[in-house]
Design a protein around this ligand. Structure first.
Ligand SMILES: [Fe+2]
Ligand SMILES: [Fe+2]
Length: 386
């Protein structure tokens, strides 16, 4: 069972349904057929370049540090896993290859449809990678100015993107071979999503951007870790290993971004504290919050509700991630803050219990509601309970 508040908390992005205008009375209208081709209308009041220009100097001065402390968190290409390591090997003789495909299909046959709804949602999220590289390159002071800039920020972003690129490729191919999902609808959703972009509220401001990515990478670590667990329980140990391997990349990426915020807290504690509070007030919007398949204008909410019900990404996870980062950044012990940044510290450090309380109330309300099913085009319009 799922209330809208619950799903809002679970994956706090639901303030924005798919590519539709913002005013609430228009939200329920299906988008025009050319929605993704047309520019997506502004989704919230869009603030740009909120970091004072002089603060770009902070990032310039941190370049040697980033080279020493962030770039080593990348893995050399030759040591990285590749999708091919986990997939039926097309270089094998046809019969062997087809046997490997058959084995894959036999393993996935035991997994329930609702599992595929979440795995597809996660895969689509990964497949919108062009959007995330774009988003990071909106950030002042750290963007890749040329496309091949030698700045360590740009080197990181390109190599991070290259590592991430394997996630969508692997999940997509595995799902394709499984035969369990409607690839046409999945592919349409990816195209819509990349066309729509995302609206994380990071304002070209790398302080906000790196808080966002710290949180987001941990959220994907949690989510892929849980899809791994359910794959194992459902009888597909290879899919479990795939999801677990992707989760461990996410963890390494989370570590890099959290390390950057940690450094910002050291060199500019007030600025960094205000940025953390700002992002938490806005709520961390999931990167695929604008997903749409051409049919369901509430696709993201519905996907989030299934993820919540299966325990793959929940409101509790959101609160856990916040608590983890508060601890990791030692925010409760942060000293030397005054005025507004002190209040920001109080707000952030007191937020997780408030989220949990709201969640409990939403759970209670949800228990009063009739269970309802929603059809997902990704699984051939079969119905899944919310
Ligand atoms: Fe990823
Ligand atoms: Fe990631």
């Amino acid at each position: 069972m799922q209330s809208s508040l619950l799903s809002h908390l679970a994956t706090p992005p639901t303030r924005i349904p798919p590519p539709i205008p913002t005013s609430s009375h228009r939200r329920r209208r299906p988008p025009p057929p050319f929605a993704a081709a047309a520019a997506t209308p502004p989704l919230r009041h869009q603030v740009t370049h909120s970091m004072p220009p002089e603060k770009a100097e902070v990032f310039k001065s941190l370049e040697p540090w980033a080279t020493r402390s962030v770039l080593p968190l990348l893995k050399p290409v030759d040591l990285c896993w590749q999708p091919n390591d986990f997939l039926p090997d097309p270089s094998h003789p046809s019969e062997d290859f087809l046997d490997e495909v058959r084995a894959l299909r036999d393993r996935t046959a035991g997994l329930p449809d609702e599992y595929f709804v979440v795995l597809v949602g996660d895969m689509i999220t990964e497949e919108a990678l062009p959007t995330y590289q774009t988003m990071i390159n909106t950030l002042d002071g750290v963007r890749d100015e040329t496309g091949a800039s030698p700045s360590p920020w740009a080197v990181w972003t390109r190599a991070w993107t290259a590592e991430e690129n394997r996630h969508g490729d692997l999940l997509r191919t595995y799902l394709y071979l499984s035969g369990r999902v409607d690839m046409l609808m999945v592919e349409r959703t990816v195209q819509y999503l990349i066309g729509s972009g995302m609206d994380p509220g990071t304002e070209n401001n790398p302080y906000l951007g790196f808080v966002y990515t710290s949180f987001q990478e941990r959220a994907t670590f949690v989510s892929h870790g849980n899809t791994a667990r359910l794959a194992k329980d459902g009888g597909d140990p290879l899919l479990a290993r795939i999801c677990g391997t992707i989760a461990s990349d996410e963890k390494r990426h989370e570590n890099a971004y959290a390390r950057i915020v940690e450094k910002l807290l050291e060199v500019d504690p007030s600025g960094a504290m205000l940025a953390i509070a700002d992002m938490m007030r806005k709520k961390i919007t999931m990167p695929a919050h604008l997903m749409y398949d051409g049919k369901d204008p509430h696709l993201f909410e519905h996907f989030s509700a299934v993820a919540q019900r299966l325990g793959i990404y929940t409101a509790d996870d959101y609160a856990d991630i916040l608590e983890f980062l508060i601890e990791r950044w030692r925010l409760e012990k942060l000293e030397g803050l005054t005025g507004e940044s002190r209040r920001a510290q109080d707000f952030v450090c007191g937020l997780a219990p408030r989220i949990r309380k709201l969640q409990e109330r939403a759970d209670e309300r949800a228990r009063m509601l009739e269970p309802r099913g929603v059809k997902f085009s990704w699984i051939f319009n079969k119905e899944v309970m919310m």
